[in-house]
Design a protein around this ligand. Sequence first.
Ligand code: NAD
Length: 459
Amino acid sequence: MDSNGSDVQHTVLNPATEEVVATVPATTAAEVDAAVVRAAAAQRAWSAAAPADRARLLRRFAVAVDEHLEELAQLEVREAGHTLGNARWEAGNVRDLLDYAAGGVERLTGRQIPVPGGLDITLLEPLGVIGVIAPWNFPMPIAAWGTAPALAAGNAVLLKPAETTPLTALRLAELALEAGLPEHLFQVLPGAGDVAGNALVEHPGVAKIVFTGSTRVGKQIMAKCADRVKRLTLELGGKSPNIVFADSDLEAAAAATPMSFLDNSGQDCCARTRILVERSVYDRFLALVAPAITSVVVGDPSDEKTQMGPLISKSQLERVRSYVPADSEAIRGTAPTGPGFWFPPTLLTAEAPDSPAATEEIFGPVAVVLPFDDEADAVRLANATEYGLSGSLWTRDVGRALRVSQAVRAGNLSVNSHSSVRYWTPFGGYRQSGLGRELGPDALTAFTETKNVFISTEA
Ligand code: NAD
């Protein structure tokens, strides 16, 4: 590739078959520049439009996504290897986010603060052009988490999808236009991270970067944003605990465990990949969880019965393999052989708590199980990582549920459940899992600047 990325195409492979799905031109730095200029002009008109009109157009965009839900889902199955059920949920999540954000346009209000000698009000002003840089693991939802509230708050959005998964993002941009969103307000710029992504980060006309991806790249982007005092949200990696206490409904905890780290083939920043089990029920838990793991259906993602598909790429497969030597003690499921990037469900049963598999984000269908002695030990182990994104705890003791929820340093916890993400509740990480929050009731505010205005009544 030349340094500007010109004449470069990205080949999109079906990870289940290794067949070519499409080739997509890579956006150059000069093309990013032109896109920023067009987006800035579109943003000025958009922010001046009546709130009800902006809300209506976003609702129409949501309807267009809904009408093409099956097409988007099938496209995600082909480009990302997601199971059909997951892909349908993901397209539905985009629709719901657009609807939710549309409801916020007319509710995005400032405050009136009591002051002597006048009136004090705050104005929430759009930032301008927002750069959203998305990863490949949930291409549609993560693109929409930034895009929907940013548009609703009066901004323009330039979305840089991951190299391996640009197709659903490109289709969403077409649907936005068909729904009547102004031209250039939402543009998708496929291309290389260090070319198109970097051009967004460095561009003075981009007011904020919303980055979801690896902690390594997130740190580089943060340093560049610091130089420019550019606004920034980081949603990074995770190594989340699933804490199972002896007083829990052990059958329920074991039954829920496989998909808590196997969903999306473990390529989920919230995957519960450190299973911490109270020592007194450790053996019983393993006996319950083993058949649940080996019976997970792994195969053709377009088959409705499939629970787990392939990994995204050959390099991801090699990365996952490197954590699981052939002689590792593990409970192993099955996976197809032949073409495609397949790895079986794997629960490592004899890892040291400080081993790479127990501390590093693998981003594949691999978890470790570790025993703990008491509540304090469970909290210590849960926090023994540089990450802090998600976590679950299983107990019937309400006091313990609250104590442990307060003690675990992570942004998204669930008790007797593994759910992490709802578009109407806040989401984000502690420590090296990220910076800032997305989704939830304050999502639009994160795309505004607060201006304070004092009006004297004494003049
Ligand atoms: P990645 O960091 O390699 O890439 C993410 C995006 O950044 C891609 O679009 C890529 O092209 C772009 N990029 C790469 N280098 C860049 C640069 N120098 N400048 C600007 N952009 C650049 O991550 P990935 O491998 O695509 O995604 C997997 C990672 O994402 C995992 O670590 C996972 O935990 C994390 N993730 C986090 C969340 C969350 O919400 N916390 C959600 C999903 C994924």
